[in-house]
Design a protein. Structure first.
Length: 87
């Protein structure tokens, strides 16, 4: 356990960031699953709307350093490729 005042503060900050990052990743998985469901149903309109949501959340997660920027870019590209293949 932390012994100094600054170490206690850092532990509190780490815990709050961990909880926030968990929330963002969960939100990202939820929207990705919605996109996957729309793809599986073959519904292009719903898939396009879901893709916009997923892309936005990926960008925000990368901006906040929850996930690496390159991973967000790679995921967006792969999802877009699948969306266009539905076309």
């Amino acid at each position: 356990m932390a012994n100094s005042k600054s170490a206690l503060k850092r532990a509190r900050q780490n815990e709050s960031k961990r909880i926030n990052n968990k929330r963002v990743r969960s939100h990202l998985r939820t929207f990705t699953n919605k996109f996957e469901a729309a793809l599986a149903a073959g519904n292009k309109k719903d898939a396009e709307v879901a893709y916009k949501g997923v892309a936005s959340i990926l960008d925000r997660a990368a901006k906040g350093n929850v996930i690496p920027k390159e991973r967000a870019s790679r995921k967006k590209g792969r999802l877009a490729k699948r969306l266009h293949a539905l076309g």
